[in-house]
Design a protein around this ligand. Structure first.
Ligand code: GLU
Length: 417
């Protein structure tokens, strides 16, 4: 089997959506290529005095609808194809939820758990200085992603501002509140997933109390999603982290589990009554109404898609489902709410943060959450309608909606020169 290439995955879905819209090749050819790709080396002095050189990237997929926008990922598997794919997914995601951004993404090939905080700070500052020619509040605005946090964004903001000689809060989103971050940004992706789940169960005539959920991944997105769903009365029957998963028929005590994880614990050491231990494959195949992959890409593949027992999959991670698995879910009648819709809450609140920064303003939490809810509900229904009109899946509906918007902007702007 050929090695999984996320960029090929993205291109293949884009191509299908273009066919669905009966687009001409000329209408969308530009979108198959990232506008700019930068690879940088990042030398840092480690705490023991040795020098190590890491490799990083920043890819700008499209600025046709606005400045490029997208996170920075620190993970040992980061490579150029992954960053290119994620940058393109950001262009599409921003178009689905109709925020005035294009798409970008950055990454460093590093396992951040192996570095000390001081080493991570040096890495972040050197990486920021290396991608300086590309980023800026009107150009390309990074944010957190896997392996990076608000603290990381604070270092990016400070490095950029120091090198520019003026404070530029709007260069990055997902910052700490004290330096221009937005209320509600930390929870935003999880809250967006909650709003999506609420909409999808309405369509399926389910009620929270009678809906069981399994979540793969207990990082910022998975953990927050599980917490908010639990608080909303959903029954979380299974969760997992890198160490493994747990299941309880009666439903798990999510706040207690998150406290345990917050203190540095791994789920394989978590003890509670009536829990059964699961490995990753068992978690994905566990009995539930809704499965929420909230970890890495390419988790649901042709190898395990037949075993999934959920009726609905809500993609909180980026790219968790392979093209082959998508076909299997379609044939089996499993409803998949795609990443570019389901996890867009993060970038939506990033947009609110940026708007606040540009206006030196501060929104209260209700304003952030209410505006996020309207955006998510409106986008979900627009995607749902497109999928129904075109008699296709929600993924294709979302891509079609995004592509339609991107193609209109492209045709109005035209091609320079
Ligand atoms: N990393 C998040 C994503 O993949 C958020 C990006 C952003 O806020 O710019 O959507």
């Amino acid at each position: 089997m050929a090695k999984y290439n996320p960029y090929d995955n993205m291109l293949s879905v884009l191509e299908s959506a273009a066919n669905l819209l009966e687009l001409e090749k000329n209408d969308y050819e530009v979108l198959k290529y990232p506008e700019r790709t930068l690879e940088v080396s990042i030398p840092i002095t480690m705490d023991d005095g040795s020098i190590r050189v890491f490799v990083g990237y920043r890819v700008q997929h499209s600025s046709v609808r606005g400045p490029c926008k997208g996170g920075i990922r620190y993970h040992q598997n980061v490579d150029l194809d992954e960053v290119k794919a994620m940058a393109a997914w950001m262009s599409i995601k921003c178009a689905v939820v109709d925020v005035p951004y294009g798409g970008g993404k950055g990454g460093v090939t590093v396992d951040p758990t192996m570095l000390s905080k001081k080493e991570l700070e040096r890495l972040t500052r050197r990486y920021t200085s290396a991608i300086m020619p590309l980023i800026g509040p009107e150009r390309d605005i990074p944010a957190p992603d896997l392996g990076t946090t608000a603290e990381t964004m604070g270092w990016v903001m400070d490095t950029y501002s120091t090198l520019k000689g003026h404070v530029a809060a709007g260069v990055v989103t997902g910052k700490p509140l004290e330096i221009g971050g937005s209320l509600g940004r930390l929870e935003a992706t999880g809250r967006g997933v909650l709003f999506t789940v609420q909409e999808v169960i309405k369509k399926q005539n389910l009620k929270p109390g009678e809906t069981s959920i399994a979540v793969q991944g207990m990082g910022n997105v998975g953990g927050m999603t599980a917490r908010l769903l639990y608080e909303d009365g959903f029954k979380i029957v299974a969760v997992s982290d890198v160490s493994g998963g747990i299941r309880s028929e009666e439903g798990l005590n999510i706040p207690e589990i998150l406290d345990f994880i917050g203190k540095g614990g791994f789920l394989n050491e978590y003890e509670a009554e009536n829990i059964v231990r699961l490995n990753n494959s068992e978690l994905l195949a566990t009995k539930c109404d809704i499965l929420i992959p909230a970890a890495l890409e390419n988790q649901l593949t042709e190898k395990n898609a037949e075993y999934v027992q959920a009726k609905i999959i809500v993609e909180a991670a980026n790219g968790p489902t392979s093209v082959e698995a998508d076909e299997i879910f379609k044939r089996r009648g499993i409803l998949v709410v795609p990443d570019i819709l389901a996890n867009a809450g993060g970038v939506v609140v990033s947009y609110f943060e940026w708007v606040q920064n540009l206006n030196s303003a501060r929104w209260d939490l209700d304003r952030v959450n209410d505006t996020l809810q309207s955006k998510m509900v409106e986008s979900f229904n627009a995607v749902y309608k497109m999928a129904q009109d075109k008699n296709t899946t929600l993924r294709m509906g979302a891509y079609a909606l995004a592509l339609e918007r991107l193609v209109v902007s492209l045709s109005i702007r035209g091609i320079f020169p």
